[in-house]
Design a protein around this ligand. Sequence first.
Ligand SMILES: C[S@@+](CC[C@H](N)C(=O)[O-])C[C@H]1O[C@@H](n2cnc3c(N)ncnc32)[C@H](O)[C@@H]1O
Length: 320
Amino acid sequence: MSIAKKLKANRNRSLELTDLDRDRLRPRLISIERLSSDLRTGTIQADSLEIATLLPTGFVDLLILDPPYNLTKNFNGFKFERRTVEAYTEWLDAAIVQFKPLLKPTASIYICGDWLSSASIFTVAATHFIVRNRITWEREKGRGAKTNWKNSSEDIWFCTMSHEYTFNVEAVKQRRRVIAPYRTQDGTPKDWQVTAQGNFRDTHPSNFWTDITIPFWSMPENTDHPTQKSEKLIAKLILASSNPGDFVFDPFLGSGTTSVVAKKLGRHYLGIEQNEEYCLFTERRLELAEIDPKIQGLADGVFWERNTLREQEIRISSIE
Ligand SMILES: C[S@@+](CC[C@H](N)C(=O)[O-])C[C@H]1O[C@@H](n2cnc3c(N)ncnc32)[C@H](O)[C@@H]1O
């Protein structure tokens, strides 16, 4: 094995399940038979479009929809086929029709997609909800293309059911390095803080995010789910658009990021995923969240820029 490969193997912190883990975690999944009478926090292995009608109406404060994008993708044996924009729009509309009755009148909804799915998302979202914004986030890595622009961004559409909704702007401030350190007349820093690691300002969150790292092998949150979102990204949605004790619902749960972050942030959560292995990743991550509730990139009550782990750690230890 090359030195580079050995180093990678030693520092690989990706989550892996053993058969023993699988046997231990499987009984934790919520069985469909108990759904209507007993709504619990947890994970259901099922087709969410098929079982949505078994869930109570009006229990969701925050719906996070990260559906398969309009791409051909194999989710551990469950293949989603790329289709025409019209056919994807129809599929997404059918999904939202199933989930909408579960929402409270004050609920917020986030829908993830890439540039192509976004065309369908806006059309469908605008017929069911009030569309309030489109967040675009930079994917640091992307596969170079010879005859097209490299795809390095994704969208998250922010919608609400009504004009009455939660938005906790103070909980999602962005800590940025100060480039122009203006001072007031008496010489004190204007809106920024001097720290041993440099000068920082906590700014209002914008709809363009350049601070997201896609989970990879040296991050403990990483699994081998092909389209896993980062905990930091989901934390922004949950902190902004729900309060502790609220119910967060994700019917395309994947490796469980929404449920894990909801648990770390003191929210109730229900996730549905068709694939058993991904449901078990979720349960393992939920277990680990009890031991380590940290969310990478969120420290000291603010979100930090990419690649500032060292500054975050120094800052936190100087506070403790
Ligand atoms: C884009 S991924 C979600 C990734 C997730 N946000 C994460 O961080 O891991 C979409 C997921 O939806 C699941 N899925 C697709 N159709 C489904 C359905 N009808 N019911 C339940 N899960 C479904 C896929 O298996 C896949 O894991």
